[in-house]
Design a protein around this ligand. Structure first.
Ligand code: G
Ligand code: G
Ligand code: MN
Ligand code: NA
Length: 259
């Protein structure tokens, strides 16, 4: 009982909300989008993070309607950003997909519907899937992702480097981006950076670029880390150094500041 029981009503009562964390292009420091991160404003327990309820939502199947709500909300927000953008740069939005959503037969149809209803170009959406969700990279999982990628949706492999990616599977996946887990960013906090971490990141960037994949780094907390990662050729960064996850208005402020 408890959290699990109150999940379905929480969705009906509108207790979930989304925070957005900016994604910043390392070459010029421009904000080019944001990752949508869901929260639950629980009437008794306060604001709960995804780690406290996503596993429950997966076990109960609520993740499918919840995930669809997140997608709708995030795409609608990105559409608003596009209407309001000041200098011709359409902001993009990243949405996390859990393994259950990947297995759900309605994924492609729902995503296409949400994009159509919002009148959004598919290329403004990036879906993040984790390495562990793609273990084995069997066709049943790759097919819907490939259909989405063919429509122009970007697919990112989240938490890259922590799971069990079979590197040779990378080329079979319809990916456009690798999101390097923040454990790699930690080795970049000193000057000079950890020489082994430098070699590892260099290798991953080189592999990624060879496969035509962009590299996003997570967990950037300092300017030193950002600079090391920029020099190593990473494309995009995300982390507290730029901004914590926050309300959608935060992105307006950041974009206005650097415009
Ligand atoms: O928001 P926070 O920094 O606490 O994120 C913790 C984890 O929750 C991240 O790994 C993120 O991928 C996951 N997460 C956040 N929002 C969503 C969501 O809408 N759906 C799914 N499946 N996972 C999410
Ligand atoms: O989807 P993913 O697992 O990458 O979710 C991002 C998670 O990382 C969220 O929980 C977010 O709050 C957290 N996060 C974002 N930026 C930073 C950062 O700079 N440092 C740390 N330690 N965590 C971060
Ligand atoms: Mn993510
Ligand atoms: Na991650």
């Amino acid at each position: 009982y408890g959290l699990t029981n109150s999940l379905p009503t929480a969705l009906e009562r509108g207790e979930f909300f989304i925070e957005y964390q900016p994604l910043v292009r390392l070459s010029d420091g421009q904000v080019h989008g944001a990752e949508a991160l869901v929260r639950w404003s629980h009437p008794l327990r306060g604001v709960l993070g995804p780690d406290q309820f996503i596993p429950l939502a997966e076990n109960t199947g609520l993740i499918v309607p919840l995930g669809r709500w997140v997608l709708e909300e995030a795409v609608r927000q990105a559409r608003d950003w596009q209407f309001q953008h000041i200098d011709g740069r359409p902001l993009r939005v990243n949405v996390n997909l859990s393994p259950c959503q990947l297995h759900h037969p309605g994924l492609v149809r729902d995503t296409v519907e949400v994009l159509k209803e919002a009148g959004m170009d598919p290329s403004a959406l990036c879906l993040e899937v984790t390495e562990s969700a793609l273990i084995g990279a069997d066709e049943a999982l790759l097919k819907p992702l490939r259909e989405l990628a063919d429509l122009g949706v970007d697919i990112a492999l989240d938490d890259f480097g922590t799971g069990y990616s079979n590197l040779s599977n990378l080329r079979r996946m319809p990916l456009s981006t690798l999101k390097l887990d923040r454990s790699f960013t930690r080795g970049m906090q000193h000057n000079p950076a950890d020489p082994v971490d430098i070699k590892i990141v260099e290798g991953i960037v080189s592999l990624a670029h060879t496969l035509d994949l962009a590299v996003t780094v997570e967990g950037v907390e300092t300017g030193i880390q950002a600079e090391h990662l920029r020099v190593l050729g990473c494309d995009t960064a995300q982390g507290w150094y730029y901004a914590r996850p926050g309300p959608p208005e935060q992105l307006h402020e950041l974009v206005l500041v650097d415009a």
